[in-house]
Design a protein around this ligand. Structure first.
Ligand code: SF4
Length: 320
C-alpha cells in the first residue's frame, strides 16, 4: 500500500529496554531513568542511517519521512514517488557499468543530510509535503521495462531513508533482469547494507555512486549535519560485497578545494582499489551557497593530477 508502511529497520521499545538492562556500566538509577523515558515517550530507534535517531511518539527522525506512531516506526513515503525520469546512466554519474544504457530513476521527498549546496533541495529538504505519485514496486519495474531501461536508480534524494521501498522494488527488478543502482551519500548503517542482501553472498544492489563529499570531519558536521567515518565505512563495505562502486566529490570553493584534502581522498581510494572511478565535479552556486563562485577549472585539474599521482586509473571531471 502506498504511503504508510511499517519500517523493517528499527528497534522497538522492548529491545531498547533490554539493551539498557544488559548494560553493566550504568547504575540502576540511570537505567530506571532511561527506561521510564522510553516508556513515557514511546521511543523507538531507527537503524537505517548512521544518525540512528531515537524518535518519540508522533515525531519523525531527521529525514522527516520515518515517523513513530504509538511506538512503531513507519515509512511515510512508501511508494510516494515525487520524481521519476528516464536518464542516461552516466548522469548518475555511473561511467563504468552498463555504459550507454538508460536507467529508470526514482526518488521521494526527504533527506538525512542538510547540505547547503544540494541540487535537489526542493525535494530533499521538503518535510511536510509528503505526497507524490503513488506507485507500487511492480509498477516501477513495469515502467522501467516498458521504457527499455536496463536498471532502476534510487536517486534524487537519499534512498537509505526509503530503504523498505528500495528493497521491495529491487527484489522484483532483479527477477525481471534489471540491475539496481543506489545514488547515495553513504550514510547508511551496516544493518541497512545487510538488509539489502539477497542472500549471504549477494547484494540486491549492483552498483552505487557514493558521495565522498570531503575528507574532513568538520565539513561533514558543519555543512551536512553528519560525520565522515560512516561514509568511509560504507564505501569499504560496498566494495567488499562486490558492488560496483563509483565515488563523487563536488569541489566547492573555500570548503573542500585544498590540496591536502585532494591528497587524502585520493590516498583513501587508492588504498581500497585504484580502479574505483572518482568523479570530481564542478560546483555552481546553489540553494544556500548562492554567494560562492563556480569552481575554477584549474582546481579540478589539480585534483585530477593528484588522483593520477596516487595511481587512480579512472578520474572524471564533471559539470564542465
Ligand atoms: S533514516 Fe536516518 S535520519 Fe531518518 S529516521 Fe532513520 S536514522 Fe533518522
Amino acid at each position: 500500500m502506498p504511503g504508510l508502511h511499517e519500517c523493517s529497520l528499527y528497534k522497538k521499545q522492548e529491545e531498547l529496554i533490554k539493551e539498557i538492562n544488559e548494560n553493566k556500566e550504568k547504575t540502576e538509577l540511570q537505567k530506571n531513568a532511561e527506561i521510564s523515558n522510553i516508556k513515557k515517550y514511546e521511543i523507538c530507534q531507527c537503524l537505517a542511517c548512521s544518525h540512528k535517531c531515537l524518535i518519540q511518539n508522533e515525531n519523525t527522525g531527521i529525514c522527516g519521512v520515518r515517523g513513530n506512531k504509538n511506538g512503531l516506526l513507519y515509512l511515510l513515503v512508501y511508494g510516494k514517488i515525487i520524481a521519476e525520469h528516464i536518464d542516461p546512466i552516466e548522469k548518475k554519474p555511473i561511467y563504468h557499468f552498463l555504459h550507454g544504457t538508460s536507467t529508470y530513476s526514482i526518488g521521494t521527498v526527504g533527506c538525512n543530510f542538510r547540505c547547503g549546496f544540494c541540487q535537489n533541495y526542493d525535494i530533499s529538504q521538503a518535510r511536510k509535503f509528503l505526497s507524490g505519485k503513488e506507485k507500487t514496486p511492480k509498477e516501477i519495474v513495469d515502467s522501467a521495462l516498458q521504457s527499455n531501461c536496463k536498471s532502476i536508480s534510487y536517486t534524487y534524494n537519499e534512498p537509505t531513508i526509503f530503504i523498505e521501498f528500495v528493497k521491495d522494488t529491487a527484489i522484483l527488478a532483479r527477477k525481471a533482469g534489471l540491475k539496481n543502482i543506489l545514488v547515495t551519500n553513504g550514510y547508511m548503517t551496516k544493518e541497512a547494507l545487510d538488509f539489502l542482501q539477497l542472500n549471504k553472498k549477494e547484494s540486491l544492489i549492483d552498483a552505487m555512486n557514493i558521495d565522498l563529499k570531503s575528507y574532513n570531519e568538520e565539513f561533514y558536521k558543519k555543512i551536512c549535519g553528519a560525520h565522515l567515518k560512516p561514509v568511509l565505512e560504507t564505501i569499504k563495505l560496498a566494495k567488499k560485497r562486490k558492488i560496483h562502486v563509483e565515488l563523487t566529490t563536488l569541489i566547492i570553493p573555500g570548503e573542500n578545494d585544498n590540496i591536502k584534502e585532494f591528497e587524502k581522498i585520493a590516498e583513501f581510494i587508492s588504498k581500497i582499489d585504484k580502479n574505483i572511478p572518482w568523479h570530481i565535479s564542478r560546483f555552481f552556486p546553489m540553494y544556500k551557497m548562492m554567494e560562492k563562485h563556480p569552481t575554477e577549472i584549474s582546481v579540478l585539474q589539480t585534483a585530477y593530477k593528484i588522483g593520477r599521482k596516487a595511481g587512480l586509473k579512472n578520474i572524471h571531471m564533471g559539470n564542465i
